[in-house]
Design a protein around this ligand. Structure first.
Ligand code: FAD
Length: 419
């Protein structure tokens, strides 16, 4: 396709991760002419290696008073759940101040409601999307088990359980026997568990992106390869994107879904979005020596284990070190050692390691809505730990906003002008 000779300007979606792919697919289904642009192959960003969980119980804002008190301890522990590279501290400070501000109790309540409003819609949007691409079998039927070694660990997670209970999200407390009836491979040292039946697992989140892009193209959508370097505007309206190599794509509407890189692109539009990366790691174990039906999280040890199409995936952790620093795979190895404490039969044979950039806003909820500065520009980014979970819902809501339909929920909590 000769991108710069398009007769009428299309809607351009930047970023073919799970968010951009889902948004492009939904807009295409609603009859819009869409160009989906990425500088890489689709699905190679954060959406490639996440922990595959439709994690509808995990919407609590990251900044809460109960978390603040743990931050100093985490900072001193090189193997702790959150790691800050000291050289990155000056760059992180403005974001961190906003993070702290988002944790005041009244704001936490608002952010919980904003996250819960999305989580409560997840399956209403996800099932039709999976069905439309013939991929309902990509979703497991089993939920997630949250593990606790003792009474103290269970008590420490009470705040989380109380919040999900307040929003009516299903969970079931299990004793040790009931836990092992569900997953016989789990260590006898785990005394309590909570089952989150609705936190189902996508067998391969990368393949889900590919399936969406493939169906998008079959419906007439255009996939373009290029690094977005700049934008053209006229009278306060977007008119085109500039790609590397001097190429140009006309655009009547632009949707920025560039994950953790969205802040760099919004800056080119003179719009400041405080986007950080919470870097996370996984180890994909092809020959794990054990099997698992549910995904597992162990809140006190801050890791997750998911059964995936290619074996077992162990991952988690948050590393604050920016977009450009090289990965530190020691963090992935620590998680595998912890996972072995939960699953004594786990072996790490034929394993690969991966690092990805969670797109993180300081108040945890994504931006989904129109630009406050440039007409025709929309943002769908900053989904943090829940981009896979929120993907179909984001697509539904963004397509409503862009096509002028009324979204089924109040979109004000996700507006970009909140920053
Ligand atoms: C270890 C880990 C575990 C996770 N586990 C889960 C989980 O279990 N459940 C869940 O819901 N979420 C999980 N997440 C979060 C989830 O992966 C992300 O929120 C989600 O993938 C973000 O999707 P995205 O499409 O916004 O970004 P990405 O997948 O990163 O896609 C952004 C795309 O934009 C492109 N791009 C960027 N800049 C440009 C440019 N200038 N020009 C052209 N293209 C550009 C990139 O190439 C990329 O393809 C996890 C994340 C990590 C790291």
């Amino acid at each position: 396709m000769a991108l710069n000779t398009l007769a009428s300007a299309p809607t351009v979606v930047v970023g073919a991760g799970i968010i951009g792919a889902a948004v492009a697919f939904e807009l295409q289904r609603r009859g819009q002419q869409i160009v989906l642009v990425d500088r890489d192959e689709p699905g190679r960003g954060a959406s490639f290696g996440n922990m595959a969980s439709i994690a509808v119980t995990e919407f609590l804002p990251s900044s809460r008073p109960s978390i603040w008190s743990q931050i100093p301890r985490w900072m001193l522990d090189p193997q702790g759940p959150v790691r800050l590279r000291p050289s990155y501290l000056p760059r992180l400070t403005p974001w961190f101040l906003r993070f702290m501000a988002a944790g005041r109790p009244s704001r936490v309540r608002e952010l919980e409601s904003a996250g819960a409003a999305l989580c409560k819609r997840v399956y209403d949007d996800l099932m039709p999307m999976l069905s439309a691409i013939g991929a309902t079998d990509m979703l497991s039927t089993e939920g997630c088990l949250s593990l606790y070694a003792d009474d103290a660990e269970l008590a420490a997670d009470r705040e989380h359980l109380e919040v999900i209970e307040r929003f009516g999200i299903a969970h079931q407390v299990l004793d040790a026997d009931a836990l092992r009836a569900l997953e016989p491979g789990i260590s006898r040292d785990i005394r309590h568990a909570v089952l989150f039946p609705e936190n189902r697992t996508v067998r391969d989140p990368y393949r889900l992106v590919l399936a969406l892009v493939q169906r998008f193209c079959e419906l007439g959508g255009q996939l373009a390869s290029g690094n977005v370097m700049g934008f053209e505007r006229s009278e306060g309206r977007i008119t085109a994107l500039r790609l590397d190599g001097g190429r140009r794509i006309p655009a009547a509407t632009l949707v920025l879904c560039a994950g953790a890189y969205t802040g760099r692109l919004s800056k080119l539009l003179d719009e400041a979005i405080p986007m950080e990366t919470e870097r996370g790691y996984h180890t994909q174990i092809m020959v794990p020596g054990t099997s698992l039906r549910h995904s597992l999280i162990w809140p006190a040890r801050a890791f997750m284990v998911s059964p995936t199409a290619g074996g077992i995936r162990v991952g988690g952790t948050v590393e604050m070190a920016g977009l450009d620093a090289p990965p530190d795979y020691r963090r992935a190895k620590v998680l595998v050692e912890r996972a072995k404490q939960a699953l004594p039969g786990l072996e790490a044979r034929e394993a690969t390691e991966w690092m990805g950039h969670r797109p993180a806003l300081p108040d945890t909820v994504p931006v989904m809505g129109p630009s406050a500065k440039t007409r025709g520009v929309f943002y769908a980014a900053g989904h943090g730990h829940l981009g896979l979970t929120y993907s179909a819902t984001t697509a539904r809501l963004m397509a409503d906003l862009i096509t002028g339909a009324r979204p089924p929920i109040d979109m004000r909590p996700y507006r970009v002008s909140r920053f």
